[in-house]
Design a protein around this ligand. Structure first.
Ligand SMILES: NC(=O)c1ccc[n+]([C@@H]2O[C@H](COP(=O)([O-])OP(=O)(O)OC[C@H]3O[C@@H](n4cnc5c(N)ncnc54)[C@H](OP(=O)(O)O)[C@@H]3O)[C@@H](O)[C@H]2O)c1
Length: 339
């Protein structure tokens, strides 16, 4: 068999502020020979997630920082093309930490990948059935716990996580209001996802619009962005409100941590709860969430969209879109077509 060549993005310089193309090098190398227990994965799609930005910093977070010279860590979907493992057979589609590259090795134990059930499209495996779908599910249902009649506010509403989180709140019988960065995104959020209202946070007065859209106040805030929008939500809490702190993308490229909200007293006055969560803590319950998500998809209760960028070589440019709002729904890079 001819030797295969891998192309991979290696981190060569840590970003200061926004991610730039010169922080990465696209290098070619021979695909390593398999050892016992390993399988070779042809990467089909990469999941671009804001959390990768944190892994590029020097300090470890909930996972170790990517080291200088290493392939950038990322989730992805691929197909098994060779196997010396009982866990994987040739033709299996797998999900796991493929990294920003064309070929990856699936192992046993640490480095193991999950075999996708038949019929799951790679884009769905990264979206509604992937990390962002699972985050929406557990963040909304386990952390925020909306009940019918609640007013639920979701920032980043046109993104992968927010779009699903808001739809789950609609399924629970809530009034759901979102924020997004363009009128087109807001139209999608309202017309196709069924949110009751959506505020363009870049062009509208978010505080005034929240007052109008949530006249009784906010029972649940699903926070994807942090910063000013969190401050505005805190100012409008109802008694017993829950804030699920999912992410704070407005601060990910800041060199110094932005100042925190100065109105946390509202949590006390309203006997409210603000709780951060990490979806990784729910891995053992992913099958339950996937089954429910599959049912909602089949019933047409969850609408699902991806922004797909073609070509591994465009990964860095695609990643920058997360921070300028150039994606609607799940942002994916297509590395190769299924064979
Ligand atoms: N806790 C967890 O376990 C967990 C797991 C997955 C994701 N997350 C977090 O969830 C959030 C969403 O992640 P995702 O993967 O679903 O990404 P995403 O929402 O699909 O994409 C990011 C979106 O954020 C918006 N954005 C960028 N800069 C912003 C700013 N300064 N202010 C407000 N909005 C901004 C952009 O949309 P606009 O056009 O609307 O600006 C962009 O499309 C992130 O904070 C991420 O870190 C947390």
């Amino acid at each position: 068999m001819p030797e295969r060549t891998n192309r991979a993005f290696h981190l060569v310089q840590r970003p200061r502020g926004e991610v730039r193309a010169d922080g990465f090098e696209l290098r070619e190398s021979a695909v390593p020979k398999l050892e016992d227990g390993q399988a070779l994965v042809r990467v089909l799609m990469l999941s671009l997630d804001p959390t990768i930005r944190g892994w590029l910093n020097e300090a470890d977070t909930y996972l170790p920082a990517v080291k200088i010279g290493e392939v950038v860590r990322a989730g992805g979907v691929g197909e098994i093309v060779e196997s010396r493992s009982e866990r994987y057979k040739v033709g299996d589609r797998v999900f796991g930490m493929t990294g920003w590259q064309e070929w990856a090795i699936a192992e046993q134990g640490l480095g193991a990948m999950n075999v996708l059930p038949p019929g799951v499209e790679p884009a769905d495996a990264l979206g509604v059935f992937g990390i962002t779908g699972m985050t929406a599910y557990f963040g909304m249902l386990d952390v925020a716990k909306p009940v019918s009649g609640d007013t639920v506010f979701v920032s980043g509403a046109a993104g992968a996580t927010g779009s699903v989180a808001g739809q789950i709140a609609k399924i629970q019988g809530c009034r759901v209001v979102g924020t997004a960065g363009t009128d087109e995104k807001c139209a999608w959020v309202k017309d196709e996802l069924g949110f009751d209202d959506c505020i363009n946070y870049k062009t509208e007065d978010v505080g005034a619009r929240l007052d109008a859209a949530c006249p009784k106040g906010i029972d649940v805030y699903f926070d994807n962005v942090g910063g000013e929008i969190l401050q505005l939500a805190l100012a409008r809490l109802r008694q017993g409100a829950r804030i699920a702190l999912c992410g704070g993308i407005s601060g990910y490229n800041e060199l110094d941590p932005p100042p925190g909200p100065n109105n946390l007293m509202n949590l006390i006055l309203n006997r409210a709860r603000m709780e951060g969560f990490l979806v990784l803590d729910y891995v053992s319950r992913f099958p339950e969430a996937m089954a429910q998500m599959g049912a909602w998809l089949a019933e047409g209760k969850v609408n699902n969209r991806a922004t797909v960028v073609d070509g591994l070589e465009n990964t860095v440019e695609a990643f920058q879109r997360l921070f300028d709002g150039g994606n609607t729904g799940k942002l994916i890079v297509r590395v190769a077509d299924p064979s």
